[in-house]
Design a protein around this ligand. Sequence first.
Ligand code: DQA
Length: 150
Amino acid sequence: MTRFLVINGPNLNFLGRRSPGVYGTMTLQEIEAQISRKASEMAVAVAYFQSNSEGAIIDYIQEKSAEAQGIIINPGAFTHYSYALRDALADSRLPVVEVHLSNIHAREEWRSHSVIADVARGQIAGLGWRGYIAALEILAALVQEEEKGK
Ligand code: DQA
């Protein structure tokens, strides 16, 4: 069964109460439940991880990548400066989709730059929790297509 890692970075454990006007009113658990619903329809397995710590996220990527076919990640503020996370994603050699709930291109200027973007297949930003669902569908299609092409 295809298996994806869904990783959320710092402060995303506070979704629901954190700037709801920007990030929406759903909690991370509610978003994960929506992802799981979609994943079971698609017969895809999903493993979730959230941490406020850069090292814990990197350890998770290093430990779990061998058992996975792709990564969906919202790196939170690490998006904008974590070269260590960028390198861990690149070293995983897995297809990565970067997700942001808010439109990082329409906010403070420093948010519009992602150091992750060039190691990701693509980025989905500004579409709220549905961005994760879109990422799941697109990643599954890409992996399936690439498997066929082998
Ligand atoms: C975010 C955008 C980041 O700039 C911010 O630091 C976050 C959340 C988003 O989902 O819109 O923590 O990644």
